[in-house]
Design a protein around this ligand. Sequence first.
Ligand SMILES: [Zn+2]
Length: 244
Amino acid sequence: MSLPSITEDPRWAQMCARDRAADGRFVYSVSTTGVYCRPSCPSRRALPAHVRFHDTPGDAERAGFRACRRCHPQRMGEASPLRFAIGHSSIGLVLVAEGTDGIRSILLGDNEGALVRELQAQAPDAALAIDPGGVHDALAEVVDHIEAPHLRMTRPLDLRGTPFQRRVWQALRSIPPGVTISYGDLARRLGMPRAARAVAAACAANVLAVVVPCHRVIAGNGALSGYRWGVARKRALLAREAQA
Ligand SMILES: [Zn+2]
C-alpha cells in the first residue's frame, strides 16, 4: 500500500494557490533548498517529492530548515519572539531588540518600563522576550558604538519601513561621525530636492537610534531641531563626535 501523495493534502492546493488566508496555519519546506516558506510565498513552486508541511515555523526549524528570505515565514503568529535587553550607556538606558534577521530597534531612555512600552508600540504583533543572554553581544556592540561612534557596527540591521524610508535611513548611514547635514541637503543628496519634509518625517520614524544617525540631521538654520529621544541626547552625541 503506498502512502497518499502530498498533492492530495488540502494544504498542497493552498500552497499552489499562494493562499494568504493559509498563512499562519502551516509552513512548507523544500528539501532541495533547505528553506521553509509561508503558503503565500511568491517563490517558484517545488516538486511534490521535495515538499513537506510543518504546523509551525518552529517545527520546520527543528527539522533543520531555515526561513525563506523572501516571505519571512518565521514572523508568522507564534514565530520566534523578538528578543531584547536593556543596558546602560553614558546617554542613559539603551534597549536593543534583535530578531532573526538582525537588530530591529535601538531605543534610548531613562525608564525601563517606558522603553519596553515603546518597543511594544513599534512591534505590536511580535512576542517580546527579555533575553539578556541572547542579546548580550548585540547590546554590547551598540553601547560600544554609542561611546565610540567611529567603531563600525558589524551586526546586521533589520530596517523595517517603506522603500522611501529605507532609502533615507541608508543615506543617513553614509554620513560620517562629526558631520551634520540639513534635511534639505539630505533630500538633495537623495535626488529629491523638494522632499525635505518627507525626508524629515522618515528621519523621525527611525527606530535604530545612533546606528542610523538621524541625530546628524539638523535644521537648515543650524539649530539642533528635534530628536525622538530628546534634544539633550542629540546635543551630547554631536558634541562627542565633534571632539573625536
Ligand atoms: Zn518563501
